[in-house]
Ligand binder design. Structure first.
Ligand code: ACO
Length: 331
């Protein structure tokens, strides 16, 4: 496939992480687990947990304000806010509308998309479409996740994996040559939905006492099956983003994968032919923050000087749905 001219560029990024740190030692006091088990199976040492007063819209707004300040973009200049979240503050209206109000982005359209952990790359593609169509010049892409609010804190197989946080990017029509989105790819397989889901609490099985008793409104996951699909899908996503950008793994200066599990990150990097010293990892400090992991990692990588002008950066993610997605940027 021939590489296309970039349509949009990422001007800036920002992130918000709650102050409260929950370590593996803390978890040992909550469920029957050990630091050794969690480290060996996942690579996670600690994660951040948002307080009861902190919602997804507020976390996202904090990340967005940083990105907007860095891009010199005023709230009134934003044309569209695309929010990815698996943990909306409430089901109606969208978290994006709440965020718009918090930001005072009075000229923006605002809505949520639901693509779980792949959501940032999906939302980036959606923003690209708005800009390509001429309906927007400046888009705010925000992923915000309060995973601590949807995990079952009595289920050791899931509660040790997740954390809270938000990441944001200001996206505009390509022009400067920096932060250009060279390629992107998205795919889904809804036949595997029940491997990672919240079975009840929507309109099909509404919330009632039985749902609350069974905790079927919280995350359920078939870890081993998810693991296998994640490795396979991340490999396909890496292949597709590289092919669409006309590049190979050897051209990638930094791989920014979804941060769910260190073993999935290792397998993806190995498959794509990117050595580990060119892979950004923060799963040890934050756990899996669903769609917020990719923009937070990108923001930390930029801050740490791991991204030089002209570098090729590959984003790859996988999540519930299943969904998987990837993109190649030229920084
Ligand atoms: N502490 C101690 N023991 C545990 C824990 C825990 N926290 N959790 C599970 N175990 C036990 C199980 O009960 C089981 O015990 P048994 O053998 O006596 O039955 C044993 O450990 C093995 O359990 P498995 O689930 O088979 O362990 P596995 O090696 O598969 O590791 C893990 C589990 C870490 C969840 C792994 O499957 C995984 O990472 N899967 C992918 C998860 C993922 O990436 N999800 C998110 C992707 S999409 C998104 O981000 C929303």
């Amino acid at each position: 496939m021939k590489a296309r001219d970039p349509i949009v560029e990422i001007v800036s990024t920002g992130r918000y992480l709650p102050d409260r740190v929950l370590t593996n030692a803390d978890l040992e006091k909550i469920v029957a687990t050990t630091d050794e088990w969690i480290m060996e199976r996942t690579g996670i040492r600690e994660r951040r947990i948002a307080g009861p007063e902190m919602g997804a819209a507020e976390m996202g707004a904090r990340a967005a304000r940083i990105a907007m300040e860095r891009a010199n973009v005023l709230p009134g200049e934003v044309d569209v806010i695309v929010v990815s979240t698996a943990t909306p503050d409430r089901l109606l209206p969208s978290t994006a509308c709440d965020m718009q109000a918090l930001l005072g982005a009075t000229n923006a359209a605002a809505y949520d998309i639901s693509a779980a952990c792949s959501g940032f790359i999906y939302a980036l593609s959606v923003a690209e479409g708005h800009i390509a169509s001429g309906n927007a010049e400046i888009a705010l892409v925000v992923s915000t996740e309060k995973m601590s609010g949807i995990v079952d804190w009595t289920d050791r197989a899931t509660c040790v994996l997740f954390g809270d946080g938000a990441g944001a990017a200001v996206v505009r029509r390509a022009g400067t040559g920096r932060g250009a989105v060279l390629s992107s790819f998205m795919r889904s397989d809804g036949t595997l939905a029940e491997l990672l889901w919240r079975p009840a609490g929507g309109v099909k099985v509404p919330m009632d006492i039985a749902v609350l008793d069974e905790k079927s409104h919280l995350v359920k996951m078939a870890g081993r099956e998810v693991f296998k699909s994640a490795v396979r899908s991340m490999a396909e996503a890496a292949d597709q983003a590289l092919m669409r950008a006309g590049l190979t793994g050897a051209d990638i200066d930094l791989l920014v994968p979804h941060q769910a599990n260190m073993r999935i990150i290792d397998a993806t990097a190995r498959y794509a032919g990117v050595p580990m010293d060119r892979v950004f990892v923060n799963v040890d400090r934050y756990g899996n923050m669903s769609s917020a992991t990719v923009p937070i990692a990108l923001d930390e990588a930029a801050e740490q000087g791991r991204l030089k002008q002209g570098d090729h950066v590959m984003l790859v993610a996988f999540g519930a749905g299943f969904t998987w997605a990837s993109a190649v940027l030229r920084w």
